[in-house]
Design a protein around this ligand. Structure first.
Ligand code: SPD
Length: 344
């Protein structure tokens, strides 16, 4: 069987499994069943396919009723680690794509918009970050960005899934290049347990580059984890965590903001960026500082774009600049109302 055929079968069985899960939960459209006499798939008009052959469709209960699709040229890798399904495919328009449990983690074309923002929003907000911890981030992209900061002396990373690291090194060398920096120490293990063992006040900055809060990353969105983060930071230290989409996940964001407000006694702000291949095309970040020297996240005091010493070895920044840093904290009114109300 050709790889193209395999990829179609795989995406069909993935969609079938998710449909079955949705049906079990009763979330699949009732209208379709009624309008089609109970045989929805068979009676769909030709222009609407239940799955587009040769395309990857991203379907999840975290974004019910929609599925972004990307045309697959070739499936390059499929495997099952101890934690999740791992897939890499060559797309027609976004370069290579890394998928974990059916959810896109990065594409070669737009990964810069996420990795640069999740890293430089916190690190450009404090003077001379020296010790940085990355939780998750097994593709190495956040490491690549942290390594642009010449003040940084030590970079620890704790990633649970070795397969993600190996696959990234094999298929995404320009992302995984972050692992080659001599300041990096890799810990393969559970980020929650790792953080609990960190002595109080160890890090200037912690970046949590996780997948969505279903599966191995779920605990990284819960209150005890935020308490461990705060404890591991020095006074006036900063953390930045992936905080989902204002279009899809206001309920998750509300909880994160409320928890962080209680736990972090310094600044607590929400920022966002545009990533076309993430659900709804945007993703947000929760930025928090511990009590201590005050941190104004909205006005970078350590501008990486003013220093070009990193450009020779790592290439130019593609997305981040000081203007987009400040702009990232401007929220649409519907989100501002909710986030500000939780921030009081
Ligand atoms: N909905 C997908 C969110 C993925 C966030 N993490 C991406 C990891 C890239 N380093």
């Amino acid at each position: 069987m050709t790889e193209e055929a395999l990829s179609v079968l795989d995406s069909e069985s993935h969609v079938k499994r998710l449909r079955e899960e949705e049906e079990e939960k009763g979330t699949l459209s009732v209208d379709m069943e009624v309008n089609n006499g109970g045989n929805a798939a068979a009676d769909l008009p030709e222009c609407i396919s239940s799955v587009i052959p040769g395309w990857f469709s991203e379907i999840s209960p975290l974004w019910p009723g929609e599925a972004h699709s990307i045309k697959v040229d070739k499936v390059l890798f499929q495997g099952k680690s101890d934690y999740q399904n791992v897939m890499v495919f060559q797309s027609s328009t976004y370069g290579k794509v890394l998928v974990l449990d059916g959810v896109i983690q990065l594409t070669e074309r737009d990964e810069c918009a996420y990795q640069e923002m999740i890293t430089h929003l916190p690190l450009c907000s404090i003077q001379n970050p020296k010790k940085v911890l990355v939780i998750g981030g097994g593709d190495g992209g956040v490491l690549r960005e942290v390594a642009r900061h010449s003040s940084v002396e030590k970079i620890d990373i704790c990633e649970i899934d070795k397969m993600v690291i190996d696959v990234s090194k094999q298929f995404f060398p320009s992302v995984a290049v972050g692992f080659e920096d001599p300041r990096v120490t890799l810990h393969v293990g559970d980020g929650v347990a790792f953080l609990k063992a960190v002595p109080k006040g160890t890090y200037d900055a912690i970046i949590v580059d996780s997948s969505d809060p279903i599966g191995p990353a779920q605990e990284l969105f819960e209150k005890p984890f935020f308490e461990s983060l705060a404890k591991a930071l020095r006074p006036g230290g900063v953390m930045c965590t992936q905080a989902e989409s204002i279009w899809l996940h206001m309920h998750i964001i509300e909880d994160i903001v409320a928890n962080c407000r209680q736990i972090f006694k310094g600044s607590v702000n929400y920022a966002w960026t545009s990533v076309p291949t993430y659900p709804s095309g945007v993703i947000g970040f929760m930025l928090c500082a511990t009590e201590g020297p005050s941190v104004d996240f909205k006005h970078p005091i350590n501008p990486i774009d003013a220093d070009d010493s990193h450009v020779k070895t790592k290439g130019p920044l593609k997305f981040y600049n000081s203007e987009i840093h400040s702009a990232a904290f401007c929220l649409p009114s519907f989100a501002k109302v909710v986030i500000d109300s939780k921030a009081e």
